[in-house]
Structure formats: C-alpha cells, structure tokens
Design a protein around this ligand. Structure first.
Ligand SMILES: [Zn+2]
Length: 351
C-alpha cells in the first residue's frame, strides 16, 4: 500500500488516466498504443511522418522539423523522440513531421523551395490549387493543425547565421490564449523567449505555420536552436530536452515514458526562469557588399554601439552599422555576402 501511495505521489502532476479512444488521422485509424511512421504524399512531394498514439488520454502535440531545408538539428531530435517515446506510457498523441520541406532539404536551400522559390513559413494557410509549397502549407493546415492542440515548429540558424537558442511566443492580445501560449513557451526550458505580436490575427492570412495554429486558438511556438547549417549533437539534445519538458508541462509523460537516461528531462533546466524580450529589432545594411560582424550572439549591446561593417569588393569600408536599441544579440549573419536591405544582426529588446 505504501508503495502504491508513493507511485501515486510521484505521478501527482498527471491527470487520472482513462480509457483512450482511437485516433483518426490522414484516413488511418491509430488504436491506443500505436506507433506508425510513413511517407505521406502531398502533391508531387511527401512528408515523412510518425504518429505515437498513447495508451492514455491526453492532448495532441505536433512537433515539426525541416520547414526550412538547411536547418538540421530538429530532424535528428525528432528521430530520437520517435525511437524512444513509449506509447504504452504516453498520455495523448504525438504527431511528428520529420521534414516538412524535402525539396529545400535536398536542394540545400536557405528558406526557399527550389521548386517554386517560396518560403513555406510565409505561405500559410496555403492553397489547395497553388504551387507545391502552397499545397504543402494547405495540407498541413487542413490535416495537421486541425488535429492538434499544441504546435512546436523547430528551426535553426541557416548556413549563414548564428543564433542564441530562443523561443518565439506569439502574442495575439487574447488573454486566455496568450497565457496558455506563454506557459507552453516557458515550459521548454530555453533561456530566451521573444514575445512576438507582429503576425496577423486573420486565419485566412496567417502567413506562418505557428501563426496558423494561433489564429485557430491553439498555442503555436517557434523554437530556434542550432546554427550555420550544422548538425551538432548538442543542439539536437537541447531540442529533445525542450520537447520532453513541454510534454511534461502538458502532462503527456511520466518518467518511464522514455527509454534512456539521456532523454530524461532536467527539472533544474525546466524550472529556470527565461529572459523575456518584448521584440526583435533588425539592423539592416543600407548597402550591398561584404559584411564583417563586430559583435557575437549573446553580446549585450547599447544603442549606438557598432555591430558591424560593410566593405566594397576592393576591401574599402562602405558603411558602419550601429545598434539602434539596447539589447542582446540573438541572431547574426556570419558569412560575407550582404545585400542592401538585408538584416545583419537581430537584437532582442528586454521586456
Ligand atoms: Zn527556419
């Protein structure tokens, strides 16, 4: 009896389990305790997907990687999760989109699809009769977002970009949704959260993938971990950790739901208080040329501080770039090419 009481206490954060029903998804029936991976055809492309339907009732959480083709760490993080989450101990349902933009991935493209030169994260909610990228967005809106309760879209710095790990927590100016979204963002255990209210409220013109969830009343976050088109194990491990932290927050996991000590979420990390930023301010280059960053991600800068320089092709200085505001450098371009109007440095302004 004592042992049983201890177990009940240990799982105190979890809701009472009740009979789980089957999950209908993409024309398939997932009975409780099912794990299934498949290539889901979408127009002329396909989405590699896994669904883990737990034995116990709970929310539906969608984790997505590869919206942008050269942002790799999340792809490996989702593979680890798919191979280690135990459905018999899972509360709710996990939908994993392992790679949302196969053409961009194999084309080694920054942000755009080589098929139609469109950015998947700028064409939501998509169009049924549109280009391939628009059709993928439409499919994800109709079949994935419609079925999910919480969405986490995972990105990295592209091949030309460094960044400090951060989460975008959208602000819709709708109190219950905003509170739920921020609590979800804090649960990841990522030290930097950017509150973001620059996306439209119109579900018909939601633009980004997470905002498509938000405009349908569902928390949708963007997580940024990793940089320079690399696939570091540390970055993938941090993403796995963040996903497990979120799942614990949503009462989807108990400590035996995953296999392997490396995948056990760190309570200390999950409890640390993140730094909140009220917005991101871009430093754009007014000229085309060769960029030299003069600060690093993580640096605190003051207004008026030099953050970079642009030279001409003969090595002569064209333009000095200054921080317009005080804050922390969260993202920066690190490679030499820069065009007029492109952002070089993104500064997070404290809440
Ligand atoms: Zn991205």
């Amino acid at each position: 009896m004592l042992r049983r009481l201890c177990i009940v206490f240990f799982l105190g954060g979890l809701p009472m389990s009740w009979a789980q029903s089957s999950f209908q998804f993409m024309g398939q029936t997932f009975t409780p305790g099912t794990v299934r991976s498949w290539m889901q055809p979408v127009s002329t492309s396909a989405l590699p997907m896994t669904v883990i339907h737990g034995n116990h009732a709970g929310p539906v959480l969608t984790l997505t990687a590869g919206i942008h083709g050269d942002e790799f760490p999340a792809i490996f993080a989702l593979q680890q999760l798919a191979q280690t989450i135990r459905p018999d101990r899972l509360h709710g349902t996990l939908i994993l989109v392992h790679l949302a933009n196969l053409e961009g991935f194999h084309g080694r493209r920054i942000a755009l699809s080589p098929v139609d030169e469109k950015n998947l994260n700028r064409v939501f909610p998509g169009r049924a009769e549109g280009t391939l990228t628009e059709q993928i967005a439409y499919f994800m809106t109709q079949h994935i977002i419609s079925q999910t309760d919480y969405l986490l879209d995972i990105h990295s710095g592209s091949a030309n970009q460094t960044l400090l790990p951060h989460v975008y927590s959208p602000v819709m100016h709708q109190a219950p949704l905003d509170e739920k979204t921020l609590a979800f963002a804090k649960s990841l255990g990522i030290p930097q959260i950017v509150l973001y209210d620059e996306r439209p409220n119109d579900p018909a013109h939601s633009i980004s993938y997470p905002n498509t969830a938000q405009t349908r009343g569902k928390p949708g976050l963007t997580l940024e971990v990793g940089q320079l088109g690399q696939r570091s194990k540390e970055d993938s491990a941090l993403i796995v950790q963040a996903c497990l932290n979120a799942m614990r927050h949503l009462n989807m996991l108990d400590p035996s739901a995953v296999i392997g000590s490396a995948l056990v979420a760190s309570p200390a990390q999950a409890k640390s208080q993140p730094v909140l930023y009220r917005k991101l301010v871009e430093v754009s280059s007014p000229v085309t040329g060769i960029f030299y960053p003069l600060v690093k991600v993580g640096d605190a800068v003051v207004a008026g501080q030099v953050v970079g320089r642009v030279d001409n092709y003969f090595g002569h200085p064209l333009q000095t770039l200054y921080a317009p505001v005080a804050g922390t450098v969260l993202m920066q371009k690190e490679t030499p090419p820069i065009r007029e109007g492109e952002s070089t440095t993104d500064i997070g302004v404290l809440q």
